[in-house]
Ligand binder design. Structure first.
Ligand code: ADP
Length: 349
């Protein structure tokens, strides 16, 4: 059961990381979609190169699996500088940052994933590094230990987050460029699938790619994952080619429905409808009811369900839409407050 649910989860799954680098685009030119973001980045790169200065600190936000890490590494490539990656939760104490910051060369990129999960003490430590390229170093342990200020090479910090709203405002204000990545339309996912299938040496018919693209939750990481699973199915149950029929059969077996929703999305919607009368229900309560943690619910499942019109976030909690009722096989309720709630959508995170 768990395995099935993992397929359409946009988060990274450890064992997959080893096989993913091959599929990662190796230049901005190869990076499909997100044209607005790419254009803005190209201008920043060009300007930094002309001024012979490091890139401005950059924040990329948006749901998991949409290419934030890839974009950051491509920036380093285009700038011709070094790239070092770390993440918010693994940086526990200032000493963890001294190494990365002091070993950098002029213009290098330091990438911090899940930057909203940095501890406050780490944020404080980063501010002077970001602004004045200075860090404090403790010369010994203990409360009375002396500290020394050290200059570091000018670098560019690239932060990525799935939760823009959780970033503190002092942190936010230190980024010169802020870009949002969005879910990909099916045509772009189709291109990504065709490109990946060529790298993986799999025969994939355009109609097969079209089916996979429509069910990838707007997310390249899921598109690649579905492609791998469908490739296996094509090999074992057909002649190895991913045709429309093979793709449909494989996805049926994997229980990925025509909207790209999986068993967990289904559980979210059914729980709201069956246990909470369609909502509103608070996110915390909903997370407990589906036995999932709150951040997985809000960062991984909700954004796509909201974008596709299955779920609404209202000031009073989550509400299942008529579309969700129909998808789950129920008659939609007649709700007077529906429109009003829709209008208030933008007021809440
Ligand atoms: P994030 O950091 O946003 O979670 P990643 O940068 O790790 O996402 O991207 C996940 C995977 O999806 C990458 O390994 C890459 O193979 C693929 N990918 C992401 N964006 C694109 C794109 N625009 N074109 C092609 N492949 C992409």
């Amino acid at each position: 059961m768990k395995d099935r649910h993992e397929i359409t989860t946009p988060e990274t799954i450890e064992r997959e990381v080893l096989s993913e680098p091959k599929l990662r685009p190796t230049s901005l030119h190869e990076f499909i979609g997100q044209n607005k973001v790419k254009e803005a980045l190209k201008v920043s790169i060009e300007a930094a190169l002309r001024r012979d200065e490091p890139l401005d600190h950059l924040l990329i936000h948006g749901p998991p699996g949409l290419g934030k890490t890839t974009l950051a590494s491509l920036l380093a490539k285009e700038m011709g500088v070094g790239f070092r990656a770390t993440s918010g939760p693994i940086l526990e104490k200032p000493a963890d940052l001294v190494g990365p910051l002091s070993n950098q060369e002029e213009g290098d990129i330091l990438f911090i994933d899940e930057i909203h999960r940095l501890r406050p003490v780490m944020e404080e430590y980063l501010y002077p590094a970001m602004e004045d390229f200075r860090v404090e170093i403790r010369l010994a342990e203990g409360p009375k230990a002396q500290t020394m200020t050290m200059d570091v090479e000018r670098f560019a910090l690239v932060g990525a987050t799935t939760r823009f709203g959780l970033l503190t405002s002092p942190m936010r204000s230190r980024f010169g460029i802020i870009q949002r990545v969005n879910f990909y339309p099916p045509e772009e996912l189709e291109e990504i699938i065709i490109r990946s299938s060529m790298i993986m040496n799999v025969e994939c018919a355009p109609q097969g790619a079209e089916i996979l693209a429509k069910r990838s939750r707007g997310t390249p990481r899921i598109a690649n994952r579905l492609l791998r699973r469908v490739r296996d199915y094509a090999l074992v149950r057909a002649d190895g080619t991913i045709t429309k029929k093979v793709a449909e059969e494989a996805l049926r077996m994997l229980e990925v429905d025509e909207y790209g929703l999986d068993e967990m999305d289904d559980r979210v919607l059914r729980t709201i409808i069956e246990k909470f009368d369609g909502g509103p229900v608070g996110a915390q309560t909903l997370a407990v009811a589906i036995s999932e943690d709150l951040s997985t619910l809000t960062d991984v499942y909700e954004p796509f369900l909201i974008q596709e019109g299955f779920l609404m976030r209202t000031p009073r909690g989550r509400v299942a839409t008529s579309r969700a009722y129909v998808k789950c096989g129920f008659d939609p309720p007649k709700r007077a407050g529906n429109q009003q709630e829709k209008e208030q959508l933008d007021l809440v995170d």
